[in-house]
Design a protein around this ligand. Structure first.
Ligand code: GDP
Ligand code: IMO
Ligand code: MG
Length: 423
């Protein structure tokens, strides 16, 4: 058996949560492999909406085991709150949610450092989610982070104090007021909640599961253009969000990767700062934002909107080895007469068709127009019933990328999904 992967091909919020929830009955195990509470994955079914930050999107399926893998950074407070909310609906998560023992802990002072860094950057801030992601991964790479497995050690409190002191020393160099004591109290209460869950050795768990023939889906967070190596650096997150992150984040070998589902919106959005070549600043952008209800699921910020960027999409497909494409939010294009796609960039008089080292202000997308459709997509269950213009859009993307679109999402609910047989 192999591990399938579903990950974002743009700047996040492509609809990963919704589609993982749709696909999860086909899997025994769903695993997050990177990121942390910066993620906001929205699931809608039976008229209920859930937003998950740390818990994998298979959690509402009775027979699915959910894993928070080693590559994740975990804030116990956010974890405990999320568990509590889900348990209100009657579930008990202790038997179907496990945590990698090498998962990094986000401390209260990581959140303060995140805010202090952003404050210092001023106008050039990254626009982080403020959840302490960058500082927690910084500590991991610097080799003094605390991990979930440390919680059970006798000197856990000592280790915590030592790391907190490092942070407080660092904070002295900032002109930034802060207080963390109230959060710290909640943090230690939440550690007790966390301790009730089973901690696992990820590598052993996943390799055994594969040997037993279990079906596993790795659920990405963020999107490829936010990846620490391949994204629009420095306006990125601090983890490897691409397929290679599945190997390091879950402790499995590259030859254990199976299908790679790459998910993208029929247009593009971005939340936070950083370059966005196809961004719209006009009424069409506003219309995408309103029709698509483009507000961040974690921070509530308005998402910036623009047209589909074919160069960026092809770049992301290549990096991840995408084998199947999933296109979401096609219903949002319905109210437009025409919509646009960019296939090339122009830098002064030069035309390029690759994702450059740096996206500067003089880079302009070269757009072309496509006709939209009038037909409402609600209740459509087969690709055959799609309007011709949508079928043409699908064929165009498949031809350009060389990858088949096997899932089309026509609305936010679990049921608004059209599955297409893989050729
Ligand atoms: P994720 O981070 O990739 O899981 O995506 P988010 O949940 O942050 O953002 C996607 C948003 O679009 C959520 O509000 C979803 O409910 C919504 N959504 C997902 N798929 C569709 C779709 O096909 N059409 C519409 N209109 N909304 C969708
Ligand atoms: P999901 O999983 C969209 C963005 C932030 C900021 C940058 C760095 O829901 O798709 P960080 O807090 O990670 O240091 O912020 O990355 N960002 C996301 N944007 N969706 C996300 O996750 C994101 N997670 C981080 O807005 O620009
Ligand atoms: Mg999101």
């Amino acid at each position: 058996m192999k591990i399938d992967v579903l990950l974002g091909l743009q700047w996040g919020d492509e609809g990963k949560g919704k589609i993982v929830d749709v696909l999860s009955p086909q899997y025994d195990i769903i695993a997050r492999f990177q990121g942390g509470p910066n993620a906001g994955h929205t699931l809608i079914f039976n008229k209920q909406k859930y937003v998950l930050h740390l818990i994998p999107s298979g959690i509402f399926r009775d027979n699915t085991i959910n894993i928070i893998g080693d590559g994740v950074v975990l804030d116990p407070v956010i974890f405990a709150e999320e568990v509590e909310k889900i348990e209100l609906s009657g579930s008990n998560l202790k038997n179907n949610l496990f945590i990698g023992d090498k998962t990094t802990l986000i401390l209260p002072t990581h959140r303060i450092l995140d805010a202090a860094n952003e404050n210092e950057l001023g106008k050039s801030k990254i626009g982080s989610t403020g959840k302490g992601i960058g500082p927690a991964y910084t500590d991991k790479i610097a080799r003094y982070a605390l991990r979930v497995g440390d919680i059970n050690s006798a000197d856990f409190k000592e280790k915590y104090k030592k790391l907190k002191q490092r942070h407080l020393n660092r904070l002295k160099s900032y002109d930034f007021n802060f207080e963390y004591e109230e959060y710290e109290e909640k943090w230690f209460e939440s550690i007790e909640k966390l301790k009730q869950f089973k901690f696992i050795n990820c590598s052993r768990f996943f390799n055994n599961a594969l040997n037993e023939g279990k079906k596993i889906l790795a659920e990405g967070a963020q999107g490829t253009l936010l990846d620490i190596n391949s994204g629009t650096y420095p306006f990125v997150t601090s983890s490897t969000v691409t397929t290679s992150g599945v190997c390091s984040g879950l402790g499995i070998a590259p030859n254990k990767i199976g299908e790679v589902y790459g998910i993208f919106k029929a247009y593009t959005t971005r939340v936070g700062s950083g370059p966005f070549p196809t961004e719209l600043f006009d009424d069409e952008g506003k219309k995408l934002q309103e029709s698509g209800q483009e507000f961040g699921a974690t921070t509530g910020r308005e998402r910036r909107c623009g047209w589909l960027d074919m160069i960026a999409l092809k770049y992301a497909i290549q990096i991840n080895g995408v084998t199947q494409l999933i296109m979401t939010k096609v219903d949002v294009l319905q109210g437009f007469d025409k919509f646009k796609v960019s296939e090339k960039y122009k830098i002064q008089e030069e035309v390029i068709d690759y994702f450059p080292y740096e996206i500067t202000d003089d880079l302009e997308p070269v757009f072309f127009e496509l006709p939209a459709w009038e037909k409402n997509l609600k209740n459509i269950k087969s690709k055959n019933d799609f309007p011709k213009e949508l079928k043409d859009y699908i064929s165009y993307i498949e031809k350009e990328t060389g990858v088949q679109i096997t899932v089309v999402s026509t609305g936010p609910d679990r049921i608004d999904t059209v599955l297409i047989m893989k050729k």
